[in-house]
Design a protein around this ligand. Structure first.
Ligand code: AMP
Length: 226
């Protein structure tokens, strides 16, 4: 299955995609995680991306398009994938269509996680992430507290506050979402025009993690959850 997730920063894409990737046994390609990894490793793409990420702005399209071209043409994605955070504007969505057409593939499902602005702000500013890259487990100061303050329940590493989740960058990131990413809802609303197999499916992302996941399993008929 080829699945694309849309939704604002803080909509819960990362948490749900991780669970779905496990359930459907598909690679989870999260653009933000891939970029942070590139920054940490000091790759050419990472060096280029850092300044944009630090300012809560979108990284130039060609960095993302090249990154996802490498991923989607790799054998690991042969049976499908879950895209999370890419595409984030129309140019990227069009580039993804071209790439998928070259590979003779189509998106099977496009999911939009809907969450209102007030909750997005609360989720982003209270979010904490496990600092161990291999774990990357998300927590929240109010909604998903770790058992021990500042320590990951899963692997025991320290939790961190992503620099772009700090209050001063959350506003600009949400503005970028509205200006650049939200138009993708129209692009994917009619799957035919966008080259996807079906229409966009909206899911209420404001309920509990379990409820959202249950709705997702209805919307995404991957073989492992049939
Ligand atoms: P995220 O973890 O998805 O919130 O992404 C963190 C940051 O990475 C964003 O604020 C952008 O600076 C950058 N980023 C992630 N995905 C993209 C994308 N598809 N296009 C451009 N920049 C991106």
């Amino acid at each position: 299955m080829r699945i694309l997730f849309l939704g604002a920063p803080g909509a819960g894409k990362g948490t749900q995609c991780k669970r779905l990737a496990k359930q459907c046994q598909l690679p989870h390609l999260a653009s933000g995680d891939l970029l942070r990894e590139a920054v940490q490793q000091g790759t050419v793409a990472g060096i280029r991306a850092k300044q944009f990420m630090d300012e809560g702005k979108l990284v130039p399209d060609e960095v993302l398009i090249n990154m996802f071209r490498d991923k989607l043409t790799s054998p690991a994605c042969g049976k499908g994938f879950i895209l999370d955070g890419f595409p984030r504007n129309l140019a990227q969505a069009q580039a993804l269509n071209v790439l998928l057409a070259e590979l003779n593939q189509k998106l099977d499902v496009v999911i939009n996680l809907e969450v209102d602005e007030k909750l997005l702000l609360e989720r982003l500013t209270g979010r904490r992430i496990c600092s161990n890259k291999a774990c990357n487990q998300p927590f929240h100061l109010s909604f998903r507290k770790p058992k021990q303050e500042n320590v990951c329940d899963v692997c025991g590493s320290a939790l961190m506050h992503r620099s772009d989740d700090k209050a001063e960058l959350v506003g600009p990131r949400l503005k970028t979402y509205h200006d650049e990413t939200e138009p993708l809802l129209t692009f994917y609303a009619d799957g035919g025009k966008s080259g996807a197999n079906g229409p966009l499916k909206n899911i209420d992302g404001s309920s509990s993690e379990e409820e959202i996941f249950a709705q997702l399993l209805q919307a995404v008929p991957c073989s492992s959850n049939k």
